[in-house]
Design a protein around this ligand. Sequence first.
Ligand code: 5GP
Length: 214
Amino acid sequence: MKSEAVLAVVSGFAGSGKGSVMKGLMKKYPDHYFLSVSKTTRSPRPGEEEGREYFFVTDREFEEDIEKDALLEYAGYVGHYYGTPKAPVEGALSEGKNVLLEIEIQGALKVKEKYPEAVLLFLSPPSAEELKERLTGRGTEDAATIKKRLKRASEESLGIEKYDYLVINDSLEECIEEVHEILLAERRKTKRQTERIRELVNGMKVFAEGEETE
Ligand code: 5GP
């Protein structure tokens, strides 16, 4: 591995379009990224597939994972458990792939505590109004759930400054590129390239002796 893979945590209000950004990144740059699939105790929404959006599990199964320490982090969100399976994330990082965790704020902060080198990005629509429109227009949740999610969004907005980056999702394509560029730049940080630096330094040693160039 020439440079260390980035553990990227992406959060955003429900309706921020973060799911589409993650899918877009995977489609455009499949060799760069591994998208973690979480476990949840909520029911599947129409169109969601087991193992693609989530692994849908019972409370009991989720609690067993907690006991076995099989989750990298987990949190409660609007009445359900959500958690990141640990083994696939560690596997992908060791293969040099950047890992994307699309999780909410409590989980994001737990990841930062455990892995201080993780990069935290927060995605937001341009305004509160736009957020409400997107969430209502999606048509996948009833009015009570939308209300709970908007309330949660208002709470989450207070935590944005704990993130490393805030990216506005106005145009999906531009947002995908912006997130990709941020993660490319993160990967260029010298602290993630210690092995390459060591190789360069070793390769340069011969010049220290004042080696002839001709
Ligand atoms: P949704 O029900 O809309 O799919 O997800 C609700 C929230 O849970 C979103 O903010 C999503 O990012 C978050 N979430 C999804 N998976 C995980 C996870 O594994 N851990 C945590 N902490 N949050 C998650």
